[in-house]
Design a protein around this ligand. Sequence first.
Ligand SMILES: Cc1cc2nc3c(=O)[nH]c(=O)nc-3n(C[C@H](O)[C@H](O)[C@H](O)COP(=O)(O)OP(=O)(O)OC[C@H]3O[C@@H](n4cnc5c(N)ncnc54)[C@H](O)[C@@H]3O)c2cc1C
Length: 490
Amino acid sequence: MKRRTAIKHISAGLTAGLALPSWLSACVPDENAPEINYNGVVGIIGAGAAGLIAADILIAKGVQVKVFEANNRIGGRICSLYRTSAPTESLIFFPGNYPYSDFPVELGPDRINGSDSKWAGLLAVRGVPMVNFRSQSTNRYIVDNAAKTEADAMLNAGFASAKAFYDSFTTFSGSSTLSVEQAALAAGVPASQLPMVNSLLGNPFGSAASNIGARALAEGLALVEHDGTELTLRNNPMQDALLNVYSRVVPSIQFNTVVQAVNYSGDAIEIVHSGGTETVNKLIVTVPVSILKDGDIAFSPALPTAKLNALSRLGMDAAMRIVLEFKRNFYGEDVAAIFGATEAPIILNPAVGRSSLNRTLSITVFGAKAEAYSSMNPDDVVLNILAEMDAWYGGDATENIRRSTIPEENNKLLYTIKDWKKDPYAKGGVSYHLPGGLLADREVLAAPMGGKLFFAGEATDFTGEAGTVSGALKSGERAAFEVIDAIING
Ligand SMILES: Cc1cc2nc3c(=O)[nH]c(=O)nc-3n(C[C@H](O)[C@H](O)[C@H](O)COP(=O)(O)OP(=O)(O)OC[C@H]3O[C@@H](n4cnc5c(N)ncnc54)[C@H](O)[C@@H]3O)c2cc1C
């Protein structure tokens, strides 16, 4: 069988296997039966979305895998808050006053872009209930210090120009050295609207608009062809949903195993980790770019210059999720998101379509603002955000924020904060292009080395979905088939 035909054949078999709910797959021929004759072991560093899908594909083909995971859980940046969660330096919440939201609190991703995306597809075939919240909600925009509907905000010429810049952004083809902010100013967006630009086109992509390269971001977004829907999981924590999809990988995972060095100079690859030294025959690296950039894993020989150059043009900044609960909903039951604030660049209402209480807001902050928040007293972070919201809602935010009812706790502010910068195995939020970078940098980072070393993880997605769960899954799938290709064709 020719190389391309072989890979296509394997790919089709696997997709058919994945597409069946587990209760049904027992009744059909086992399309995941081993097809590859390989005595070696494939190592995978990281049990996030990218590592799990790669492992699952290889296991389905009868290849032996060993997944080295630093943490004591699967999921990486897919991370849900549980009653069993313990507060840590990077996770601040008050177990005695556990959030009372009537849906799972997510500390990482909670939105799925596109019902036709990779992640939505995997969940749909397993019958995981999802909510198309966009069909039942609208946005608010902070214009003239008030939260306005889009129609009202459009009466402001400055907002209208920021919105026009956003709507046509995928066609941006200016210099690759311009930041999103510089590109907006060059397009005539007034400086007063830069918080809006940051909120729409900076923060959602991992940093401030002043720090993200406009050209590379636009190049990537132009490739995405989803149906425009946005989904949340109706009832299930996202970490549970991921486990449901990839449960068969779990026996192959070595938890609490921090990889410190990879020596790929010989025939086999030597992995030095917190529990000892092991050898594998091929290795997929899926760790975040922050880990690679900080040299937390020593590669011997060092990674090639082309990869290091590509890495130097990718950033990964601090990221913080702040979940606030209120005694009543004063911002609107059908408000999906509030854009344009400076203290809280994106405020999402994760309750739409899945909560009868609808009193929880989920704020995501990336970049310099998250960096500053990371070194502040968390109470002050929350007070900053409340003060900004009070200006739009006549003091309702401070008046209605949930506080402890335990008498000796003195009316303590209650909130949940995940500070991703302080998570030692993430060290930040998502990868983004620095000014001067190009989409091709991700392809260079993703390129396999010598049929032995392979790269996956959201940062290596070059189909425009970097920084998302679907992008991570697609990268892991790509890397698994690169490994299969190397096994079959040498
Ligand atoms: C606050 C926030 C909000 C987000 N919101 C969304 C959203 O709404 N929708 C969306 O689609 N995406 C969102 N994302 C992005 C999404 O979470 C990621 O793109 C995706 O989960 C990345 O998966 P991954 O497998 O590439 O990396 P990771 O999930 O980071 O997995 C890498 C794994 O490697 C492990 N590891 C690290 N170092 C080592 C080591 N030395 N040895 C062994 N193991 C190691 C880590 O513990 C981790 O498990 C968000 C991210 C953040 C931080």
